[in-house]
Design a protein around this ligand. Structure first.
Ligand code: GRF
Length: 210
């Protein structure tokens, strides 16, 4: 199974996938490309440090628009899908990819019938969007929630309608600092992203291809 991972940052979730590939946690799976929309993303270094190195590419939005006058955000997304599809993935994993992918991207990968999953550091329906961890922590402080969690969901064209693949609750303790909670949450993410990738790859293997 060929995995393409899209990142923007430190890439700890990518690292979890790197460590799991080819082990019983993620058998017969190989990360064939890491694409970042930020040149400075440390996840790129993680990919390059693997032996043999995992191929990496960078496509950043603003430089792309500057270098290609007249091109739009849709053209950028289309370029992203071209790069990703050229790697012939069986699954596309958004692991901290900080752009919402447009219809253009999803339309093109849907046509090829390739599943796209995303990890989000909150429970389904709660704290969509950015700063979810901080917002959950603050809501706990105000007594509005008892715990939070992590989910991996399918990414489909209808924004925020993708069904969850795997959801895990993460406890918030009274004595937690934000950092304590963040640490526990990220550790949960690393397990969840690997398991969810395995679930989707296995279910894909069973379905007759459309
Ligand atoms: C994770 O918390 C993920 O849930 C969110 O962005 C963060 C990425 O972290 N979407 P990393 O780059 O995998 O370390």
């Amino acid at each position: 199974h060929r995995i393409v991972v899209l990142i923007s940052g430190s890439g700890t979730n990518l690292q979890a996938l790197i460590d799991a590939q080819g082990t019983p946690s993620l058998p017969d799976a190989k990360i064939v490309l890491v694409l970042s929309n930020r040149k400075a993303a440390y996840g790129l270094t993680r990919a390059q440090n693997v032996d043999p190195p995992i191929p990496t590419q960078v496509l950043a939005l603003q430089p792309y628009l500057k270098a290609n006058p007249g091109k739009t955000r849709n053209d950028y997304d289309s370029e992203v899908s071209k790069i990703v599809l050229a790697a012939s993935p069986d699954i596309i994993v958004l692991a901290g990819w900080m752009h919402v992918l447009s219809d253009t991207f999803l339309g093109e990968v849907e046509r090829e019938n390739i599943p796209v999953i995303n990890i989000h550091p909150a429970l389904p329906g709660a704290f969509d969007g950015v700063n979810a961890i901080q917002r959950a922590f603050d809501a706990f402080g105000r007594g509005e929630i008892e715990n939070s969690g992590v989910m991996v969901h399918k990414v489909i064209r209808e924004v925020d309608r993708g069904e969850p693949v795997l959801v895990r609750t993460v406890e918030i303790k009274k004595e937690d600092t934000l950092e304590d909670f963040e640490q526990r949450l990220h550790q949960t993410e690393w397990g969840v992203i690997v398991e969810a990738t395995k679930i989707v790859l296995e279910s894909r293997g069973k379905k007759p291809s459309a």
